[in-house]
Each structure stands twice: as structure tokens, then as C-alpha cells.
Design a protein around this ligand. Structure first.
Ligand SMILES: [Zn+2]
Length: 231
């Protein structure tokens, strides 16, 4: 719960057309002073009429390594693509893209966490070694943006039940949680397994023997198809 002093006014900075390979979105930039010194920033990428029945919503955190560098250590880039493709297919919906790296810890700390993971510990343990919680997000900025846009009911594209609960607790009705599961790779599988086992993400992952070695890459491909699963 934020104190009254921490609750700042949401400011819409600009809105511009954003043609993408999936279709024409509008990009609205929002800023909010978080604690008097830090400015939180997010984009709302919207398509179509959002006043209708529960539009698709993806709340997505920036991942420079995945989205900019093509890193295969995580599934962020594929999840963003799947969400934008799904919204374009329906003709309406939105992505709220939070300008924060590494679930809120920043790019340098994320790289330090990767360095620790290369020595054998998992993403949650690495965050703890660096003095961070496993997930530093609180979703108050996306909630403020949804209210500003007049969106009160959504179908949420996520594998993270905690994200759906956070929205519900803030008064945004989540009428459906729609899985957004990307194909895993040998590089992303340890990260995804940690998200499943320690952060309760709803993921269907291929079996492996726990030694870090995947027994059959073709089985991995078959077990985690590169598709959006609808409920
Ligand atoms: Zn990522």
C-alpha cells in the first residue's frame, strides 16, 4: 500500500500512431513520479475500441536483452510478439509496456544476476543474492493507465496467476487468464522451470532429468509448441 505522498498524478506525455508488423497500434506514453525522484514510464499500445467486452490485455516489462539483442535466456520477446499478434487478430486490445528491465531490477543488476546464474544458481536465488525480491513489480502504474483509458474488465494474457490477482485486487476485473506460453529453448528452460516451480507460473514444460541436460530436443519441441493456447 502506497502512502498518500507516493501517489502521484499520471501524466499522458504523447500519443502517436505506431504501425507494426502485426497492424496499426496507437502508442500512448505515460509518466508518473513514483517517490518524488524516480519517474515511472510506460507505453499503452492500443488497437481498436477498448470500451467493448473485456479487451485482451498484456502487461509486459521491458526486456532489452531479449527484445533488443535476441537473447534466448528468456521468453519475453516471444511473449510480446504473441500478444501483439493476438490483439491484431481480434482487432482490439492493448499492451501496457512498462519501461523497466529485469522485472524491475535494472539492466546492470539483471546482467549481474545472469552472471550468478552462469555459476549455477537460479533466477530467484540470484535476485536474492543481489538484494532484490524475486519480482519487484507492483502493477500500480498499469492499473492507473487502465483507469485513465476507461478499461475496467480485461482478458489477461499471462502465465502468471499473481499478475491476475494483483489486477483483481486493484479493482480491474479479469474475466479470463489466457496463457501466453512461448516455445522454450535449452537456454531458457532453466529460467522457465524456476518461474514454474518458485513463482507458480502456469507453464507446461518438457520433462528433463534435473541435471540441466535436456534428453531429447525433438521431445522439447513437441512438448511446448510455439502457439497461443486459448481458454
Ligand atoms: Zn526477458
Amino acid at each position: 500500500m502506497k502512502s498518500a505522498a507516493e501517489i502521484e498524478i499520471l501524466c499522458r506525455v504523447a500519443t502517436a500512431r505506431m504501425p507494426t508488423k502485426w497492424g496499426m497500434f496507437n502508442a500512448a506514453g505515460f509518466e508518473r513520479a513514483a517517490n518524488g525522484t524516480q519517474i515511472d514510464t510506460a507505453l499503452a499500445l492500443t488497437m481498436g475500441d477498448l470500451s467493448g467486452e473485456a479487451p485482451l490485455l498484456r502487461i509486459h516489462s521491458q526486456c532489452f536483452t531479449g527484445e533488443g539483442l535476441g537473447s534466448l535466456r528468456c521468453d519475453c520477446s516471444d511473449q510480446l510478439s504473441m500478444a501483439m499478434r493476438a490483439i491484431a487478430a481480434e482487432g482490439h486490445g492493448l499492451v501496457i509496456y512498462e519501461y523497466q528491465e529485469g522485472r524491475g531490477i535494472g539492466l546492470m543488476a539483471k546482467l549481474q544476476a545472469y552472471e550468478l546464474q552462469d555459476s549455477g544458481i537460479d533466477t530467484v536465488e540470484a535476485n536474492h543474492v543481489l538484494g532484490f525480491r524475486a519480482d519487484c513489480r507492483d502493477y500500480s502504474l498499469p492499473v492507473a493507465i487502465l483507469r485513465e483509458l476507461g478499461v475496467h474488465r480485461v482478458r489477461l494474457l499471462t502465465n502468471n496467476p499473481a499478475k491476475a490477482r494483483a489486477l483483481s485486487d486493484a479493482g480491474i476485473e479479469v474475466v479470463a487468464r489466457i496463457p501466453c506460453e512461448a516455445k522454450s529453448s535449452p537456454y531458457s528452460l532453466p529460467y522457465l522451470r524456476t518461474k514454474k516451480e518458485k513463482m507458480a507460473h502456469a507453464l507446461g514444460l518438457p520433462h528433463h532429468d534435473g541435471t540441466g541436460q535436456i534428453k531429447d530436443l525433438r521431445a522439447l519441441e513437441a512438448a511446448s509448441p510455439h502457439a497461443l493456447h486459448w481458454i
